[in-house]
Write a protein that binds this ligand. Sequence first.
Ligand SMILES: [Zn+2]
Length: 159
Amino acid sequence: MDEQSMFFTSTIKIIELAKLIYSGHKSVEINKEIAPLLQMILAMEENILSVKSYISKLEEENKTKSQELVKFLKWEETEKQYELQEVAPGIRLQVKKEGIKPEETPYWACPKCWYDFIAVPLNKVHDDSYTVGYQCPRCEKRISWFTGKPFQYPDSGIV
Ligand SMILES: [Zn+2]
């Protein structure tokens, strides 16, 4: 029985019960009518609880979706401040565009965190005559490449 027909049926039962009470029927007959009515009321209360629980779940989902939307809209603004550039042969990174306020040193964003919708500047952690390396302070991703510079012994003069 769906909720509407259960409500309709219980309303009719209540009216019949009221008629029994007012017409002076014996309490045995009235009690016989009360038991199924109470069962219907309990079933309806259970349905009401499950509907309230469902509404609460929908409200929580709506709140989460709203937060995701705000995050996405903020990310769109951040994304506009970067452009994909080849910073070294075969190394393409999101680079902060020049002139973006606030004025900061343009930086390269971690490509892994970029896909989590976070622009995290890479820190230079290694630089010698052969290679240069950067690391993300958030996810610790390392990116390094050969610089192509010829190695030079500082004192021997050997090139
Ligand atoms: Zn990262």
